[in-house]
Ligand binder design. Structure first.
Ligand SMILES: Nc1nc2c(ncn2[C@@H]2O[C@H](COP(=O)(O)OP(=O)(O)OP(=O)(O)O)[C@@H](O)[C@H]2O)c(=O)[nH]1
Ligand SMILES: [Mg+2]
Length: 348
């Protein structure tokens, strides 16, 4: 990633495409951003690829798109592999469309190593909406940006938000911390559970319940669904012992039962999502948006700093300090201070 735009760089964008590496506004970025807002699917897809690649084009487009975002309801859907997230997302799309709203889906790393091949099933399910302009579905790979996955997804959601989708669903498989963080970056986080998966509720093992605004026991047609729901309700007693967070949680997340494969319980889920959103429009909601903004900024700072450290004059200082720390001639804190000093004093 490049440096912050200076007035000089902004002027230069009119003249040369090469300046795109700074992430300043370019005619190409403007064109893509405008086309995406106007409903051009290809432009939207290109922008999301740029976001995924964390390219300068994405940065430039984001500068224009970001002020237009902030209207969509971002909903994270997470849960153990195979609990029915994709099926529920498909059912939710149907429900959302039936009430005349638009919806975009970001499926993060849907072909998880655990249930590889799920993507194909997802594609088949989603084909039903191929001709619907008010439905947009996108898969995103994590591409090794472990720590930045939440930031990348947040940026993708902002693009879809700016493009005017009422609802943005973010589906992630809840197996690791970063996937959980992705879901928790939404305004409302839904944690799925399926019945009869052993004595212990799977979501507990994965530590998912801590981020839940709504808990959904899916596969309501299976025996044990009611028992699992009762177990969860008993467990989710008022916030004692819950990790302190700024998100707007009801005293105890509502526990609902759905059968995603038939659509049963899905209208009620949409009502519950709307209700949670309305409740989040108070100060606590501001808290969620603030922590999301903070995470985004910090991730971008880390990206930009990392790029500076690996490039130009700083690269040799970086290399020298790495050697000294490796040999224990220097402690890593002093090395970090020196690099930070050099990186910031070097700023244009
Ligand atoms: N009986 C029943 N089966 C369901 C229901 N919802 C989903 N399934 C089935 O459960 C399996 C897994 O569903 P998916 O929607 O792919 O689950 P997922 O959570 O997206 O899975 P991953 O993305 O691989 O983690 C599929 O065979 C679905 O058909 C339901 O409500 N009832
Ligand atoms: Mg899935």
């Amino acid at each position: 990633m490049g440096e912050a735009a200076t007035p000089r760089a902004t002027e230069a964008t009119e003249a040369t495409a090469a300046i795109a590496t700074t992430g300043a506004a370019t005619p190409r970025a403007t064109e893509l951003a405008e086309a995406a807002i106007a409903g051009d699917r290809l432009a939207l897809a290109r922008l999301l690829t740029a976001v995924e690649d964390r390219s300068a084009l994405a940065e430039a487009a984001m500068r224009q798109l970001y002020p237009m975002a902030g209207r969509a309801h971002l909903v994270g859907i997470t849960g153990p592999p195979g609990s029915g997230k994709s099926t529920l997302v498909a059912a939710l799309i149907g429900e959302v469309r039936s009430v005349g709203r638009s919806v975009a889906v970001v499926a993060v790393d849907p072909s998880s190593p655990i249930t590889g091949g799920a993507l194909l099933g997802d594609r088949v399910r989603m084909q039903a909406y191929a001709g619907d302009r008010d439905v947009f579905i996108r898969s995103m790979a994590s591409r090794g940006h472990a720590g930045g996955l939440a930031a990348t997804t947040t940026a993708a959601a902002a693009v879809l938000d700016a493009a005017g989708f009422d609802l943005v669903l973010i589906e992630t498989v809840g197996t690791g911390q970063s996937e959980v963080e992705v879901a928790a970056a939404a305004d409302t986080t839904v944690v799925l559970e399926a019945p009869e998966m052993g004595d212990e509720v799977q979501a507990i093992k994965a530590g998912l319940l801590e981020v839940a605004d709504l808990v959904v026991v899916n596969k309501g047609d299976r025996p044990g669904a009611a028992r699992t729901a009762a177990q969860l309700r008993a467990m989710l007693v008022p916030s004692v012992g819950r990790v302190a967070t700024e998100r707007p949680q009801p005293k105890r997340p509502e526990v609902m039962i759905t059968t995603a494969s038939t659509g049963e319980g899905v209208p009620e889920l949409l009502v519950a999502l709307d209700r949670h959103r309305a409740a989040g429009r108070d100060e606590a909601g501001t808290g969620v948006r603030r922590s999301r903004a903070s995470a985004q900024i910090e991730s971008i700072v880390a990206d930009k700093l990392g790029a500076r450290l690996r490039a130009g004059e700083l690269a040799s200082l970086h290399g020298r300090l790495v050697g000294e720390v490796a040999d224990h001639r220097l402690d890593p804190y002093t090395a970090a201070d020196r690099l930070l000093e050099a990186a910031t004093s070097d700023a244009p």
